[in-house]
Write a protein that binds this ligand. Structure first.
Ligand code: GLN
Length: 458
């Protein structure tokens, strides 16, 4: 019933929203099988039978995986990403694959090779990115739960602009195996949902050690669903020290975003939280460091799309050499933003420039990590607005990469430091009535703290 209802909803609204690149043609069979197992007396988990939308960056054996790129059009993976395999094992019903900026590069889903996704709150506006499809699917009630990936904000910023909940787990907390790599030292997979409890339930299913991911943490994690339940009923805000960053410039933040942020802090204070100003002097250099580290890693990760191993192959003429075929394939298969970042990355890594660019960026990354280490000796969580503005108009920033990159000023530092972050809805901006999110950051491995605080505010 739940699967049918969501397939009906997709049929009704996805022509306008375009959250999905592919809708499963056997979701009802999978759901029917779950029903039969339940009827036969099998004990199934809390999410058995619940439909799940999957960002197209995650590979699946039964549906194509394109990562939003023409170069992977029609690609079928021989294996499931670990998070997909674990979801299936828990009885979740994959509904389809969601739209995204090509190879997860972007903040608006306009860089998808398959056309943009529209924000369900206002179809003329962006749903955020790169995981705009997953966030829009959840916000438009096309799916109750979705999976996303967050390299610099691609779960949290779409959550902010669509009024949904998004979590970037601690680096290593959720397996990256089968997540088509953008920047391997920054990428994390996580939940996109309508409530903090839903996110915790999904995180409990997908998280934990995976021997197939060499950066997977072997920690025993607490139940994040339980943490969310504690937050919802308990007095977790009493005595909680919430850090706000002194150096975060007020300029660049839309008035309604700043106002919603201040209201959320006041609400927390009224419930016993202590708001503490902290210093994180390198936080604002995150964007600059990220746009060297990310292109460097991406240029290396995307080298495998060489026309031989995966997807598209373009043979320009009868006497083409291997180099001709590779160049023509990459020319035709990659979009402009992907090419821009490959060029930036190879330049930053080239002999003679490596120390000046990549080396410097790595040093800034360390300084940001130290800022966090110092801040978390004084506070339990750090709070920021999740992004500077509400959903902007489709087309508004597409020709201005720098403006697009600045969307991630508050989300990027968590990826550079490996710490977890959550975006939870904090209300609507007075000037445009669009959703706003508040972000909380916690020390690495303290994801449960974010579920408690997020659920308390909900
Ligand atoms: N918007 C950021 C970028 O363009 C973040 C992307 C992501 O998290 N995948 O790189």
């Amino acid at each position: 019933e739940a699967t049918q209802a969501h397939l009906d909803r997709i049929a009704e609204v996805d022509g306008d929203v375009h959250a999905f690149l592919h809708v499963s043609d056997h979701a009802l069979d999978v759901a029917g099988d779950i029903d039969r197992r339940r009827a036969a007396g099998e004990t199934l988990g809390a999410l058995a039978g619940v439909p799940l939308a999957i960002k197209d960056v995650l590979v699946t054996t039964d549906m194509p995986s394109t990562s939003g790129s023409k170069i992977l059009e029609g690609y079928l993976s021989p294996f499931d990403a670990t998070v997909v395999a674990r979801s299936r094992a828990a009885g979740l019903v994959p509904l389809g694959k969601t739209n995204m900026d090509e190879f997860a590069m972007g903040s608006s889903t306009e860089h998808s090779a398959y056309g943009p996704t529209h924000n369900p709150w206002d179809l003329d506006r962006i749903p955020g990115g790169s995981g705009g499809g997953s966030a829009a699917a959840v916000a438009a009630f096309e799916a109750p739960l979705a999976l996303g990936s967050d390299t610099g904000g691609s779960i949290r910023q779409p959550a902010h602009v669509t009024g949904t909940v998004g979590i970037k787990p601690t680096y290593g907390g959720v397996s990256r195996y089968g997540a088509i790599a953008l920047a391997s030292s920054l990428d994390q997979v996580g939940p996109v949902t309508r409530t903090v409890l839903d996110a915790g339930l999904l995180h409990d299913v997908i998280g934990g050690y995976d021997p197939n991911d060499s950066t997977s943490l072997a920690d025993a994690w607490p139940s994040f669903a339980e943490a969310a339940r504690e937050g919802a009923r308990g007095d977790v805000l009493k005595g909680l020290k919430v850090g706000v960053i002194a150096e975060l410039p007020d300029s660049g933040f839309q008035a309604g975003v700043s106002a919603s942020f201040r209201e959320a802090l006041a609400l927390m204070e009224a419930h016993g939280a202590e708001i503490v100003e902290i210093s994180a002097p390198h936080f604002e250099y995150g964007v600059a460091a990220y746009y060297l580290v990310l292109p460097a890693e991406a240029s290396s990760n995307l080298a495998k799309f060489d026309s031989v191993r995966f997807g598209l192959r373009v043979t320009p003429h009868a006497n083409s050499t291997v180099e001709d075929v590779m160049a023509a394939t990459r020319e035709a298969g990659f979009g402009d933003e992907v090419k821009r970042r490959i060029i930036l990355g190879t330049y930053a890594l080239s002999a003679g420039y490596y120390d000046a660019y990549y080396g410097s960026a790595q040093k800034v990354r360390t300084l940001i990590q130290r800022d966090f280490d110092a801040a978390f000796t004084q506070v339990d969580v750090i709070a920021t607005p999740s992004a500077p503005t509400t959903a902007f108009k489709l087309g508004e920033k597409i020709d201005d990469p720098l403006q697009m990159y600045l969307n991630d000023v508050t989300t990027i530092p968590a990826n550079l430091a490996g710490v977890p972050g959550i975006s939870v809805p904090s209300g609507l901006a007075a000037e445009d009535g669009l959703p706003v999110g508040i972000q909380f950051l916690a020390p690495a491995r303290e994801d449960a703290r974010l579920y408690r605080v997020g659920a308390a505010l909900e």
